[in-house]
Ligand binder design. Sequence first.
Ligand code: URA
Length: 200
Amino acid sequence: KSYPSNMSKKARLEKLNQKMSACSACTLRSGCSRVVFGEGDPEAEIMFIGEAPGKKEDETGHPFVGAAGKFLNEMLSEIKLRREDVYIANVCKCRPPENRDPSPEEIASCWPWLLEQIRIIQPRLIVTLGRHSMERFLEGQKISQMHGTLVIKTIPEIGQQNFYTLYHPAAALYNGGMRQTLLEDFKKIPKVLEKIKKES
Ligand code: URA
């Protein structure tokens, strides 16, 4: 897809949002309240990618606003960032019924939307939240091995990109060990970004 060269990232995202809200590529849309596009700074250096909207997200149209979202906000403030400083989106834009995992078909249907968001924002770093998000980009890897490590990988549709894998805040919320690991990995994000900038 191409946009007029003088069109801002913000305007491009707005245009994409309009198109996405009319999507019926899979059956999720007919069972949810709204498409949760994603939000944040269109010029963000860091893009967080979760799995799919839950109940609260479906009700409000904003990503990560339930319990997992509160936890994410807390971790962001630990590294002196606010939600508005980063971009937050999901692999699937529509809530799966009863919060079940999105199916491979649903993930595949939504993939072009996510790719287009990434192409517009061009973040320096993509932080995947949870196994499903990691699996999209770093196929066949184990999250228990990948978490907290920077991976540089070329994805045909987006080019060379930096990925940093984290456990999902919802999974880590009530699991002491995983929570501790997530907190430690999260605190390394500023250093990871610094390293990326130094080496480019
Ligand atoms: N969990 C996710 O993966 N995404 C959200 O937006 C909320 C909870």
